[in-house]
Design a protein. Structure first.
Length: 132
């Protein structure tokens, strides 16, 4: 984490591959391999990486995926969108990478909302089934 937190970041440092490796194997394997994992610190770091225009765009994309993998809610993802991408508002002069990252984050928000709705429905069904 300390290596990823170092600034200033550039297109080469830290390597975007470090961030992309966070998601290999899924959430359960990540948590097993990462006894150092501190959710609040990690989420703050990932949000910072996502918003750092000096950092490689592939690393920023991987940070979005890692934030989702770390269990960020749709509300948390929307905060990142609002903070770093003007709430998804794409300006005419925005770079292609900016547009791609904003759209990618919006897609992850929609996926998170669908997952949250599905979880809520399952909870309601379990409550209904548990009643005598």
């Amino acid at each position: 984490l300390e290596r990823l937190e170092q600034k200033p970041r550039t297109q080469q440092h830290p390597s975007w591959k470090i961030v992309s490796s966070l998601g290999i194997g899924g959430r359960e394997q990540f948590l097993e391999r990462a006894p150092w994992y501190e959710p609040k610190r990690m989420n703050a770091l990932l949000s910072d990486l996502i918003g750092d225009a000096n950092f490689n765009w592939l690393g920023r994309r991987s940070a979005i995926d890692a934030l989702v993998l770390a269990g960020a809610s749709s509300a948390q993802l929307e905060e990142v969108l609002d903070k770093h991408f003007s709430g998804g508002l794409i300006k005419k002069d925005s770079s292609e990478h900016y547009k791609f990252l904003s759209r990618h984050l919006e897609k992850k928000i929609e996926e998170a909302k669908a997952y949250e709705a599905q979880q809520k429905q399952l909870e309601q069904e379990e409550k209904k089934d548990a009643k005598p």
